[in-house]
Design a protein around this ligand. Structure first.
Ligand code: GLN
Length: 547
């Protein structure tokens, strides 16, 4: 069967949740036995979001092959249970970079290099390349931005051309739009949708299906009106109402018939959807037996998207423990030795987040001390692990002036230091230790117990590392080296034995947690937090080991 391509555009406004709609459709098609992947086309000129501030862009999601990508790829992996790669995220910056590189190599044989055909051809090559890479049944292509934006135009044009290149019957255009409710008029308004579809159609990509975000149900009159003005059948007007949890969206889309319409229009060989595991997960999220409060300590906490995967992994780990997670967002800039007890006294677990630069470090160190001294389950991720090492060195190993060379180049005890191959790098983009690496777990550690296996693979994004020259000194004082990268002998996990649950990881476990396979460390961390909060009955361990 030829690979089918579904183009998903967005209209009226940003933040309609296009990524979640793409991921939900992907989940439904996979549940029907199809081989599906999703690609995000981003219209900005950065080559990737790796150089962007989390306030600008939210979390940078890292794939196994070490690509720094848009956070929507996290949704794709969590919903679909697939692994994405560099091929799943294409930006305008990358497209131009590749075209200009080819131009310098003389690849265009004296031609004038133009947006059409050279930029559009390059975009099409990326889309078709992904489809052909693994012979997918369906590639869902999410076009970032909003229809009508100048920077989206080359993408829309490339999709228009693709409809002819691969045949209309092998492509589908879905447009996500907004049907707002005007309280003063007391009604839902279809005009923004009409305008948005008109703009899209002017670019030659009229929609086959409309997904309409709305706060209220669309009645048949509204649906008929939208269908008539926008040139689609009434069954192709899909309502997407606000959901309590993003994980409910696939079920809402199924109830509206989105997957059935797609399957019919693309003539896909699909079986009945198997969503049993998904539904079980949702029922655990919606009807938890317990509640537990976790402090998330970081410097970008006003912007929750900066910690997207961590939040989702906590939800997954919570569901496995039949628990709802209340996140207490703690701005590390304001946390001090003085106020730490008052701020953290009612939490059952403390997670210190990843990050870069020295802002908020003292607050993070105060949180580590509080967790360590008060036996509160502690989970340090990347910079959070590095803070745990610094704190341990200062307060348990007698190295009072210990620090990371990221914050103090002259520290006498650089317990966290540049990895040797990072020291002389000057370019910022794509040059960290990125992507998947192996880690061998030490017997009789919390980590080994959680993973239930010896060799694991996790994803990385960092330049600094526990300094092997000071490793012995720390170990002598009781720091457990719980995981090592066998290839380069780098410390990947630290623990403290005398503590109920104190784990710091140099990698980013949150990136691998999915609905169907919650991450073992998050499951174990929440289990420990529940015990701390006094919930010790069997429900904590019932059926809750990851598959
Ligand atoms: N800034 C630290 C480093 O580069 C930690 C990075 C992170 O938390 N992702 O090593």
């Amino acid at each position: 069967m030829a690979t089918k391509y579904i183009f998903i555009t967005g209209g009226v406004t940003s933040s309609l949740g296009k990524g979640i709609i793409c991921a939900s459709l992907g989940r439904l098609l996979i549940a029907r036995g199809l081989r599906v992947t999703i690609q995000k086309l981003d219209p900005y000129i950065n080559v990737d979001p790796g150089t962007m501030n989390p306030y600008e862009h939210g979390e940078v999601y890292v794939t196994e092959d070490g690509a720094e990508t848009d956070l929507d790829l996290g949704h794709y992996e969590r919903f679909l249970g697939i692994r994405t790669s560099q091929q799943n995220n294409v930006t305008t910056g990358r497209v131009y970079y590749d075209v200009i590189t080819k131009e310098r190599q003389g690849a265009y044989l004296g031609k004038t290099v133009q947006v059409i055909p050279h930029i559009t051809d390059e975009i099409k090559t990326h889309v078709l390349g992904l489809g052909e890479s693994e012979n997918f049944d369906v590639v869902i292509v999410e076009i970032g931005g909003t229809v009508g934006d100048i920077e989206s135009l080359p993408y829309i044009e490339a999709m228009r051309q693709l409809r002819y290149d691969v045949g209309r019957k092998n492509t589908l255009s879905i447009h996500l739009t907004l049907v707002p409710y005007l309280a003063a008029a007391g009604e839902l308004k279809t005009k923004p949708t009409q305008h948005s579809v008109k703009t899209l159609s002017e670019s030659g990509l009229s929609p086959d299906i409309l997904v309409c975000r709305s706060e209220y149900q669309l009645d048949s009159t509204i649906r008929r009106k939208i269908a008539q003005f926008c040139n689609v059948e009434i069954e192709d007007v899909i309502a997407s109402l606000d959901a309590d949890s993003i994980y409910e969206v696939p079920l809402l889309m199924q109830a509206e018939g989105l997957d059935s319409r797609v399957i019919e229009k693309l003539n896909l060989p699909a079986k009945n959807a198997d969503l049993a595991k998904w539904k079980e997960f949702i029922s655990k999220v919606k009807n938890p037996l317990h509640e537990v409060t976790i402090a998330l300590v970081g410097k970008y906490v006003e912007h929750h998207d900066a910690y997207k995967s961590i939040v989702e992994a906590l939800i997954h780990g919570g569901a496995m423990n039949d628990s709802r997670i209340n996140i207490k967002w703690i701005q590390s800039d304001f946390l001090t030795k003085k106020n730490v007890a008052a701020t953290l006294q009612n939490v059952s677990g403390i997670l210190v987040a990843p990050g870069f630069g020295d802002r908020g470090i003292n607050g993070k160190l105060a949180a580590v001390t509080y967790a360590r001294e008060n036996d509160i389950p502690f989970f340090g991720i990347c910079l959070g692990m590095q803070c745990a090492v610094i704190e341990f060195a200062k307060n348990c190993a007698g190295l009072e002036e210990a620090n990371s060379t990221e914050f103090d180049e002259k520290t006498p005890y650089p317990v966290i230091d540049y990895m040797p191959d990072q020291r002389n790098i000057t370019d910022k983009g794509g040059t960290m230790r990125l992507g998947k690496y192996e880690c061998k777990l030490t017997l009789d550690t919390r980590s080994r117990e959680a993973y239930q296996t010896e060799l694991i693979e996790e994803r990385h994004r960092h330049r600094f590392e526990l300094n092997n020259e000071l490793r012995e000194r720390l170990a002598e004082s009781g720091l457990i080296i719980a995981g090592i990268n066998p290839e380069r002998d780098l410390v990947e996990i630290i623990e403290i034995e005398s503590h109920p649950w104190f784990v710091g990881v140099q990698f980013h476990p949150e990136l691998k947690s999915t609905v169907n396979e919650p991450h073992p460390l998050f499951v174990s961390f929440i289990g420990a937090a529940l015990q701390k909060s006094g919930i010790t009955d069997e429900t904590v361990s019932r059926e809750n080991q990851p598959a």
